[in-house]
Design a protein around this ligand. Structure first.
Ligand SMILES: Cc1cc2nc3c(=O)[nH]c(=O)nc-3n(C[C@H](O)[C@H](O)[C@H](O)COP(=O)(O)OP(=O)(O)OC[C@H]3O[C@@H](n4cnc5c(N)ncnc54)[C@H](O)[C@@H]3O)c2cc1C
Length: 477
């Protein structure tokens, strides 16, 4: 105990810095000094919650599993006092290579803050910072309401929102950031505040697009919509095509007139063991669609002749089920995202060739290429300046994901992903390269992810986080 006091005294005097502590000392200090300040139900562990990708993942010395917003604030204050880094984790899906935690800091696991509640009129939901999309959709479905979320069950609901938030309902509701009414935020000084259009509006603007750079959101109040069971259904599923149909599929997606109820994804993906042959898969989605309207809306895809068709009417709580395999946690998955304006069949054939060359390696069969196409009419009816999210003008998002266990593949994986990105970027049809921050690799120039919002974000950052404590997610400096 005496030695711990000695460390604290030296830290306070500014003599010791984070890098002077061993991970064991960080862990001991957290256990001895922070534990008494935490609420009942919180706990401290050495085992970190699993992440979607282990490639360049943050490596904490210890994990504080919080149970209240006060625990979050207390942990920030403690880390500031100790001059040790900290990082929040919601779904653990962030794949960016910008994390710097290297066995020297505290991971604040938000999983215990996973409550999702609805107002009596079902027009507002309060989403806890630990809620995954799965939790949020189940709560909304039980309440008889719809909420904007992403399309994969394992992703953190607010983790996705804070970078923008694409999802099945965005043609009707806009981006996740467009649905936030207010947030409870623990800022770099360890203070808790409500952030909304009327309370700290500058921070409200900044956090809706660049949230992880400004504070830890402990909960958010978002818009929701009361919905009958029929209003909580969609026509969706998978259409699988043989690889020779790729150009036709790409052209069909380019030519689709996406109504607000519609979206479509395109995947290059393994057909599964034992052959693991790569296939071209699309997932059409029509909100409140049925066999007639669904097949009509996506007639151009059905006409190409899928070899597998699982499309059906699915209830709200099953819309994301088809993507559960994509949620698998663990292996290395360096990922390269990019925004593009047009689907160019020749480019997609080149990416296919790169993909199949990498995907056929033993152990890399799970690799994926992904394209997302949404109706953007609603999102574009909301002012560009309403939030720091800067990509309303981008039509499509594509990602190349190398998926494997063996670090010996790292070099080839990065070569595959960056070569695919180069192909897309070279004909992206944009004035300058753009990438949705939540799909970005981490090696991009900050202008690529923050666009024209960067200068204003820098000004706000200097005021709100002058010591740059929130520095591990596309660090705004
Ligand atoms: C399988 C999969 C499916 C995806 N599907 C979609 C989708 O449908 N739509 C979409 O828009 N994106 C999607 N994404 C991208 C996703 O939005 C990003 O990966 C996002 O960063 C994940 O958030 P998380 O909470 O799961 O991850 P985390 O790694 O926990 O968080 C990512 C970053 O945000 C910070 N953060 C998390 N929560 C908070 C908080 N409460 N306050 C402050 N900072 C916080 C973390 O510190 C970290 O820096 C998907 C990603 C994957 C891997």
């Amino acid at each position: 105990m005496r030695i711990l006091r000695w460390f604290l005294a030296l830290t306070l005097a500014g003599i010791l810095k984070a890098e002077d502590f061993t991970s064991q000392q960080v862990a001991s200090k957290v256990q001895s000094d922070l534990t008494p300040k935490l609420s009942k139900g919180s706990f401290i562990t050495f085992k970190e919650p699993p992440r979607w990708s282990t490639f360049k993942a943050p490596d904490p010395a210890i994990v504080v599993n919080v149970k209240s917003e006060f625990d979050v604030a207390a942990t920030i204050m403690f880390c500031n006092l100790m001059k040790i880094p900290f990082l929040a984790q919601n779904g653990g899906n962030g794949w960016a290579t910008t994390f710097t935690m290297n066995n020297n800091g505290v991971l604040i696991n938000l999983a215990g803050l996973n409550q999702v509640t609805f107002s009596a009129d079902k027009k507002q939901a309060t989403i806890g910072a630990g809620a995954l999309i799965n939790t949020t959709i189940h709560a909304a479905n039980n309440a008889g309401a719809l909420v904007a979320t992403g399309n994969c069950n394992c992703v953190g609901t607010l983790g996705a929102y804070l970078g923008g938030g694409y999802g099945n309902l965005m043609g009707l509701f806009g981006f996740g950031v467009d649905n936030i009414i207010s947030m409870r935020v623990a800022t770099a000084d360890g203070k808790l505040q409500t952030v909304s259009a009327s309370s700290n509006p500058e921070l409200f603007w900044a956090m809706r697009g660049a949230g992880p750079n400004f504070g830890i959101v402990t909960s958010a109040v978002v818009k929701s919509k009361p919905a009958t069971p029929n209003e909580r259904s969609a026509w969706t599923g998978a259409l699988i095509f043989t690889p020779d149909k790729l150009e036709q599929v790409v052209q069909a997606i380019q030519d689709l007139d996406l109504k607000p109820e519609m979206n479509v994804f395109l995947y290059f993906i393994s057909s599964g063991p034992p052959s693991n042959d790569p296939v071209v898969l699309t997932t059409p989605f029509l909100y409140m669609g049925d066999a007639t309207s669904g097949r009509a809306a996506f007639a151009s895809l059905y006409e190409i002749g899928p070899i597998v068709d699982t499309t059906a009417v699915l209830p709200y709580d099953q819309w994301n089920t088809g993507g559960d395999g994509f949620c698998t946690r663990g292996p290395r998955k360096p990922s390269f995202g990019v925004g593009i304006q047009n689907m160019i069949p020749g480019d997609w054939r080149k990416v296919w060739d790169l993909y199949t060359a990498f995907q056929k390696k033993p152990g890399a069969e799970g690799s994926v290429v992904l394209l997302e196409a949404y109706s953007l009419t609603k999102a574009r009816s909301i002012s560009d300046s309403s939030a720091s999210f800067p990509h309303r003008g981008v039509n499509f998002n594509a990602v190349a994901i190398a998926w494997y266990e063996d670090p010996a593949y790292d070099g080839e994986a990065l070569a595959f992903g960056s070569a695919a990105r180069d192909i897309w970027r070279n004909s992206d049809g944009l004035a300058e390269n753009r990438t949705y921050i939540n799909f970005a690799n981490g090696d991009e120039d900050l202008l690529v992810v923050y666009g024209s919002s960067l200068a204003r974000l820098r000004t706000i950052k200097k005021r709100v986080d002058p010591g740059n404590k929130f520095n591990q997610w596309f660090n705004i400096v």
